[in-house]
Ligand binder design. Structure first.
Ligand SMILES: [Zn+2]
Length: 325
């Protein structure tokens, strides 16, 4: 039997598409290990058969709307039906039948109503009870990041014991839970997709006083706390949204900017400085000095304390550098 026949009528445009690609993946027992804006990333189910070994570094992508998939490692690809066929192992007709039972009518109705899949996910409600699935991070994980259990509690950093992922709850300015970020080796996911994480900063609930320290990664708020430095705030990424800048301006009178010690970090630091220049908020730069490190997470508590203590006003630094030449 040739591949062509085996795939039957699973032409990319004719094959049935499940109404909800994500839930169909779940029913097939496929684990989601990551995502980008358009695709789910999964371990390739055909890898073992085609390459003789498990897919340990998943590079198979399934389009969120169309279900079309492609494994960049072994080139296994096709319409969703092909994926179902691989896993169910009952042939092309069975797979087509199974997929057509997965809410395809539901999908048509939704498309007619103009409601996109992304839209549906965005409105998904998350409640505090969702966090009950998670635990405090185990001692070994804490040690690997150089943070104490107390620091993790302070910033509500949690752990998914089943999948061994870090969990960073995302709360709005008023403390309402919007969702969380999952981070693991080769895994990163915002849940639910489309949550308004740009409306808040990680660490805001732990903030006391009017001084903040801006870091790029949520876990670095706890790294700083472990070094005895309070006020860590993380914008869930390098670039601050206008809303995040407004929150900083409203809450702080002093800000130490510890954006990453690289080209992009320097550029963002400059933007933050310019934004607040001439306002009541004094911005100083975290002093990485000559350390060949990317961020506070790569520094010892002593190095973090020194970089914080030596934080400088960028204009002063330029003047003093000039004077020394
Ligand atoms: Zn593969």
């Amino acid at each position: 039997m040739s591949r062509r026949t085996r795939a039957g009528n699973n032409d990319i445009f004719d094959a049935p598409i499940p109404g909800d690609v994500l839930s169909a993946l779940g029913k097939l027992g496929i684990e989601i290990v990551g995502e980008d804006s358009e695709n789910w990333r999964i371990p390739c189910p055909a890898h073992l058969r085609r390459k003789g070994r498990e897919d340990r570094n998943p590079s198979c992508y399934v389009h969120k709307d169309t279900g079309v998939f492609l494994c960049f490692s072994c080139a296994f690809k096709g319409p969703f039906v092909r994926l179902a066929e691989e896993i169910r192992g009952e042939g092309a007709d069975d797979a087509a039948q199974w997929v057509s039972e997965q809410g395809v009518i539901d999908r048509a109705v939704r498309l007619l109503a103009g409601e996109t899949y992304a839209r549906k996910r965005e409105t998904e409600e998350v409640t505090e009870s969702h966090l009950a699935l998670f635990t405090e991070p185990p001692a070994k994980a804490l040690a690997s990041k150089g943070i104490t259990a107390e620091a993790a509690r302070r910033f509500e950093i949690l752990w998914d014991p089943k999948r061994k992922y870090w969990i960073f709850p995302v709360r709005d300015e008023n403390g309402r839970l919007l969702g969380w970020q999952e981070k693991g080796k080769d895994h990163f996911l915002n849940y639910p997709e489309g949550m308004q994480k740009g409306d808040s900063l990680f660490g805001l609930q732990a903030l006391e006083g009017e001084e903040g320290v801006l870091v790029e990664s949520p876990v670095d708020t706890a790294v700083l706390w472990t070094a005895g430095i309070a006020g860590g705030l993380a914008p869930y990424g390098a670039i601050l949204t206008p809303k995040q800048l407004r929150i900083l301006g409203g809450r702080l009178s002093r800000l130490v900017d510890a954006h990453d010690n690289d080209h992009d970090g320097k550029r963002e630091r400059r933007k933050v400085f310019d934004h607040f220049h001439g306002t009541g908020l004094i911005v100083r730069y975290f002093d990485y000095g000559d350390l060949a490190v990317k961020d506070p997470g790569e520094m010892t508590p002593e190095e973090n304390r020194a970089a914080y203590k030596n934080a400088y006003h960028p204009m002063m630094r330029r003047l003093s550098t000039f004077g020394r030449r």
